[in-house]
Design a protein. Structure first.
Lengths: 126, 445
């Protein structure tokens, strides 16, 4: 999975491209499009935006995650159990974190202890 | 003389049995009562017995692990009554009570149950896990490039987790929802597979209890072999365990907001007939979630016109929010699939759906339109009054769909047709000039 060795958006993008098979195509309007395998990575790829800072935290806590969510444009992505999720809710008082899978919106939410997260990607506006 | 009474309550044996080897003391706080010049040998001691009794009672209620007010459910308007023969525990301290499982149906994910709180019966043969999920609005952002209906997540928890090889999902009628004040309740057997950490809990029943735009609870009843015969009885005896206060987490979206989001226009003439109350409760038919509930409604000549905008997550994930034109070439199959999604609603017709001719479809600024009849179950009346309706489903290519239901009383069978005719086109997609002006910056839903 993603190892968090990088801390800026471009490298993050490059890292994804290194790790996953993708096909680049050109749309009717001339803009590039990417098809990824596995599809899950699309959620992160789509999130590449030059106006965002991306950082990695390898020892996340519910309080840290809430701190990012409180920032402008703050979002937190996480690889959990072999799948990519975004943090949807944090319960700081007991350290539970609720995850949502944006590439599979038909899936349920899951609650997990923050101690079960090996690392999170933080996204926030520059 | 000073006399100190120390009260400690030891670990509940049934609870220990459940922890799969993990000790978890109730650890109730120690309370001290101090009295000057207290002498046990005097009758004054007996005057203090009620106080001691009350103190013990207070400690047992306030000790962590047994205080419902500390649960997420309580925070979002759920009232809880502990059922007889069960004891309730919080799950607020690490290490949490958590179970893992792989579903029997094809699925590559290890899944978990991390309850908000749980209940145990006296001999530990029945465990009830309650997961709480409050409503969180979701709007497009750097991760979600499309609208996600957060109210639908509760339904996801039903269809994904239901093991229909043990029977269908049962949606409760009004009489079985009334006490809880829930909007819909689904009962099913949960697919917990055979690879799990549930130990001797081999059998289960599950409820998803939904309060629209507020919270939903996933209640998993687990039974050991010794309590298997009690499954129906336990569900019945615990049916008044939860009651919802009305505490919605979002203000109702205005009609204008809904219209703008879904590229729909409404004639001011019918807008004047809009109803203040919405009807978002009842059964979900054939698991078609978006046929349930409404965004807003009007009343015209005794006919209630209910409007719903179904959302559809089958649209291609990328290239339609930040791109100037929809990517209809690279993801042709996905666009095609999404453009056929609205036809699922035709399965609810009790007659043959009528496909409207181009002349009528054009008045809706749509590409396709169907009309069919639908009847609610007799124990699931719309607004507690109406059973029958005529349904109009219309769709605009690469954009979305609208469901309009015209509810009528049995004696108004002719009148409903007149109202449909007279209001036809008053609720429609925006016109071609509007979409042309967007230069392809259209967001499908």
């Amino acid at each position: 999975m993603l190892d968090g060795d990088t801390d800026d958006a471009q490298c993050y993008k490059d890292e994804l491209m290194d790790q996953y098979t993708f096909t680049q195509t050109t749309l009717e309007n001339g803009l590039p499009a990417y098809s990824y395998d596995p599809d899950d990575v699309v959620s992160y790829m789509c999130s590449y935006r030059s106006d965002y800072t991306i950082s990695f935290d390898d020892t996340p806590s519910a309080a840290d995650i809430q701190g990012i969510l409180d920032m402008s444009g703050g979002k937190v992505g996480v690889s959990y159990n072999g799948h990519n999720y975004v943090v949807n809710k944090v319960k700081k008082s007991n350290g539970k974190v609720r995850l949502f899978d944006p590439t599979n919106p038909n899936n349920p939410y899951i609650w997990v202890p923050d101690s079960d997260l090996n690392g999170v990607y933080n996204f926030y506006r520059n | 003389m000073v006399f100190i009474i120390s009260i400690e309550i030891s670990t509940h044996s049934a609870y220990n049995d459940l922890m799969l080897g993990r000790l978890h003391s109730l650890d109730l706080p120690t309370y001290f009562l101090a009295y000057n010049d207290f002498d046990m040998r005097t009758t004054r001691f007996y005057h203090l017995l009620p106080l001691i009794f009350i103190t013990i009672l207070f400690c047992s209620k306030e000790g962590h692990g047994q205080d419902f007010s500390k649960t997420m459910a309580a925070e979002y308007g759920v009232k809880f009554t502990e059922p007889p023969h069960f004891k309730m525990y919080n799950n607020n301290d690490k290490p949490f009570l958590e179970y893992f499982f792989y579903m029997a149906k094809p699925d590559d994910r290890r899944r978990n149950i991390l309850p908000d709180f749980y209940l145990v019966n006296r001999d530990s043969s029945i465990l009830i896990l309650i997961e709480s999920y409050d409503y969180s609005p979701m709007v497009p952002d750097i991760f979600n490039h499309y609208w996600i209906d957060p109210s639908r997540i509760g339904f996801n928890h039903t269809v994904i987790y239901a093991d229909t090889t043990h029977g269908p999902v049962i949606y409760y009628p009004a009489r079985k929802r009334r006490y809880s004040n829930a909007d819909w309740i689904a009962e099913f057997t949960r697919d917990l597979g055979s690879r799990n950490t549930l130990g001797d809990f081999k059998y289960n029943r599950n409820l998803v209890i939904n309060k629209h735009e507020q919270i939903f609870l996933q209640v998993t009843y687990l039974f050991k072999e010794s309590s298997k015969a009690q499954m129906d009885e336990v569900l019945k005896s615990t049916q008044h365990m939860f009651r919802f206060e009305d505490r919605p987490q979002v203000s109702p979206a205005s009609i204008k907001t809904q219209l703008d989001r879904h590229y729909v226009q409404i004639d001011p003439d019918i807008l004047g007939d809009s109803l203040d109350t919405k009807w978002n409760e009842g059964k979900i038919y054939r698991n078609l979630y978006y046929f349930w509930g409404e965004q807003f409604a009007f009343e015209r000549n005794g006919i209630v016109i209910s409007v719903k905008f179904p959302t559809n997550d089958k649209w291609p994930y990328m290239n339609h929010l930040y791109q100037e034109r929809p990517d209809t070439t690279a993801n042709m199959d996905k666009w095609h699939s999404a453009d056929n999604d609205h036809r699922r609603f035709l399965a609810l017709a009790k007659d043959t759906p009528y496909k409207c001719p181009q002349a009528k479809t054009g008045k809706l600024n749509a590409d396709e339109a169907y009309v069919f009849s639908f009847s609610h179950d007799k124990d699931d009346l719309y607004r507690g009054v109406y059973r029958d309706c005529k349904v109009l489903v219309f769709h605009k290519r690469n954009l979305g769909s609208v469901i309009i239901k015209y509810y009528y009383r049995p004696q108004d069978n002719k009148k409903v047709k007149d109202v449909m005719e007279s209001t036809w086109g008053e609720i429609a997609f925006k016109d071609k000039a509007f979409f042309d002006s967007l230069d392809g910056k259209v967001y499908p839903y």
